[in-house]
Design a binder for this molecule. Structure first.
Ligand code: MRU
Length: 366
């Protein structure tokens, strides 16, 4: 996608520096900063500290981290240590472990002399595959938006609601939940997107920045506004991303997603989840009980970051001194509240049968 007219991916390999470049998302939407990652510690901090974020992007970044480790020391011991360090960075998004396992499994059978080059090629493959997966999710999601548009009175936009940022900067490109939006807009469909603020880290501001850069009509709303808008017929479809979806279609995503799904069900608003296959955890059936939910620092809740009048980026404290703070970063929406899963292979029911129908080879081995 473009930033100020220049096409970008959210990460890219710089041949001259032989190093990964990332967009440091801590400063968005106020400032566009690029960071070069050179050590394994920098990779780990980039993921834990959310310089990069979003399940698919975390996975791709970790794959490049494994490539760095393989270049420095391709022994089994070092690769295992890198796997463990990167895997410990964030607990909820399964794409991280998916990418790390894929790298380790591919490198193990190779002689050490071949591992560095193979690891870098694999990281490039994982990044490129992510772009293609998301492009396809967008095509399938576009069909749903077209169906909704066909039933709307002439001149009325299709109104979508999204939570968090499952946009191109949360993936390598296109995004998952945003890919249908980009493709609908590019196909000339009239859409408007309600963008949940997504406290505490305000990932909605990233989504608003993305959509605005692409010329897509949108409104930034508080996290509590969605139910009201649905009651008043202002939302035609909810579409979110996911950090881990179980084999039977329970969806773990950014905290607050579950409440949107409840409101959508109560108001007969279709609730779709854009789901790239690396985000399916085939080993888990009960999302509420089995998926580890990341608990992040209380400071993310007690303080709010923003641009100050002088253009500097700063934080202000919003809670009284002495108040306790809780910060679970994700929640699980049970499959029964999900209208459909939009995958790269098509749309299916949020159920074991639905997912197994599209991905029989994985369902069998899970
Ligand atoms: O904590 P974050 O910002 O990494 O959480 C991101 C989300 O919850 C996204 O919705 C999810 O990773 C899907 S990104 C395509």
């Amino acid at each position: 996608m473009k930033v100020n007219g220049t096409p970008y991916r959210s990460l890219w390999w710089e041949e001259n520096a032989q190093a990964l470049q990332i967009i440091d998302q801590r400063w968005l939407p106020y400032d566009f900063r690029i960071e070069q990652l050179e050590t394994l510690a920098e990779y780990c901090e980039a993921i834990t500290g959310m310089h990069v974020r979003g399940a698919p992007l975390i996975g791709a970044t970790a794959a490049y981290g494994m490539a760095l480790a393989a270049r420095l020391d391709p022994s089994d011991g070092n690769l295992d240590a890198a796997w463990a360090a990167l895997n410990a960075t964030r607990p909820t998004a399964i794409n991280l472990r998916w990418a790390l396992d894929r790298c380790r499994k591919a490198l193990r059978p190779l002689v050490e002399a071949d591992r560095a080059a193979a690891a870098l090629r694999l990281a490039h493959d994982i990044a490129d595959e992510d772009v293609e997966i998301n492009r396809r999710i967008g095509q399938h999601g576009l069909e749903i938006i077209k169906e909704i548009a066909a039933k709307k009175p002439a001149g009325e936009p299709v109104r979508l609601l999204t939570h968090c940022n499952a946009g191109w900067i949360a993936t390598v490109d296109w995004g998952t939940a945003t890919s249908p939006m980009y493709q609908a807009h590019d196909a000339g469909l009239d859409i408007h997107v309600w963008v949940d603020e997504t406290r505490p880290r305000n990932q909605g501001a990233l989504t608003a920045w993305e959509l605005g850069s692409h010329g897509i009509s949108h409104s930034y709303i508080t996290d509590n506004a969605g139910g009201h808008l649905m009651q008043h017929g202002q939302v035609d479809m909810v579409i979110t991303g996911t950090d881990r979806t179980t084999r039977n279609g329970d969806v773990c995503n950014k905290i607050g997603t579950y409440l949107k799904a409840l409101a959508a069900r109560d108001n007969n608003v279709p609730f779709y989840v854009a789901l790239p296959s690396p985000t399916i955890d085939w080993t888990v059936s009960d999302g509420v009980r089995e998926i580890p939910i990341e608990e992040r620092a209380g400071r993310e809740v007690s303080h709010v970051q923003g641009a100050l009048p002088d253009g500097m980026i700063g934080t202000v404290e919003v809670t009284p001194k002495g108040s306790g703070v809780g910060n679970p970063a994700f929640d699980v929406t049970p499959s029964r509240l999900v209208t459909g899963l939009i995958t790269e292979r098509g749309v299916c029911d949020a159920s074991a049968e639905g997912l197994a129908g599209l991905f029989p080879e994985f369902a069998a081995s899970g």
